[in-house]
Design a protein around this ligand. Structure first.
Ligand code: PAF
Length: 297
């Protein structure tokens, strides 16, 4: 595996691969790699001639009081995992290379960035959209891979790729879960053993809500109540930032809508909670087309 730190060298290397007719697959990450990341890497390797993974903890997507400084970093372990997985190129730029003095251009995806996590992390998606645009311009992949756990992020990236005419397919891959259902995340390492056990409540809450929206008389409003109730009943959950039912395309909260006249076919159940030092998110996309019956109220 070749490691490249300089964006210009990365661009030159990519140019050579493209001239030879190779397709490039790309997995952008912030490192601290777990099996969720590795599932993206595997898919990337299967579908492309050359696989590129980036590790860059992007300072501009963290708020001033967020965890940029303590975000887990384990480059040695990451490099070993990527080499073992057969990745061709690791792109690992420094902050000064990505944001040199005088950097002044940002990418903002309107509307989608203001909802769900955007309400609690102002500026976060502007930072994500900016760095992903830069990375896609540098790597010029045919396909870029993202996890569904970060559903809102993937939707925003899909939108910016479309709006800015970037010639890359956005591939969104399933969430990888621990045996108790907790979605894999680099931030799970912030949890103490007790908190880690308690964190399984997030997936449990999503499953309860899923049962509700799929049941013949279920309502979106009740699904939200069940989710919030389940999360708040766990003593180690310090805060429920949001837990509701959303339109999977617009991210509009639809918990007050009548399920029997909702015509999109799929709903997004999503939650964000704080447990100890960790802010954790998760979601489930639920196909409700097979649901029968009428709503309860
Ligand atoms: O999901 C992440 O790890 C990051 O938000 C990303 C997409 C690599 C941008 O920094």
């Amino acid at each position: 595996m070749e490691t490249i730190r300089n964006p210009r060298v990365m661009q030159q290397t990519v140019r050579e691969y493209l001239q030879r007719g190779h397709s490039i697959g790309f997995v952008p990450t912030m490192g601290a790699l777990h099996d969720g990341h590795m599932s993206l890497v595997q898919r990337c390797r299967e579908e492309n001639d050359v696989s590129v993974v980036s590790i860059f903890v992007n300072p501009i997507q963290f708020g001033p009081s967020e965890d940029f400084n303590r975000y887990p970093r384990d480059t040695e372990d990451d490099v070993a995992k990527l080499a073992e997985a057969g990745v061709d190129i690791l792109f690992m730029p420094g902050v000064e290379e990505m944001y040199p003095e005088g950097f002044a251009t940002y990418v903002e995806v309107e509307h989608l960035s203001d909802r769900l996590c955007g309400r609690f992390r102002p500026g976060h998606f502007r930072g994500v959209a900016t760095v992903v645009t830069k990375l896609l311009n540098i790597v010029r992949p045919a396909r870029a891979y993202f996890g569904r756990k970060d559903y809102q992020q993937a939707l925003i990236i899909r939108q910016l790729v479309r709006d800015l005419d970037i010639d890359t397919e956005t591939v969104v891959c399933p969430t990888v879960r621990e045996p108790d259902g907790l979605a894999m995340s680099s931030r799970n390492t912030y949890l103490s053993p007790r908190e880690r056990k308690a964190a399984a409540v997030i997936y449990k809450a999503l499953c309860r809500a899923k049962e509700e929206v799929l049941s013949a008389n279920g309502t979106f409003a009740e699904a939200r109540v069940l989710m919030e109730g389940c999360l708040s009943a766990e003593p180690l959950v310090d805060e429920v930032e949001y837990a509701s039912v959303f339109d999977p395309e617009t991210l509009e909260d639809i918990c007050s809508r009548d399920v029997t006249i909702y015509d999109k076919g799929t709903v997004l159940l999503a939650a964000a909670v704080r447990i100890g030092r960790a802010r954790l998110i998760d979601n489930e996309l639920v196909d409700i087309t097979g649901r029968q019956g009428s709503r309860r109220s």
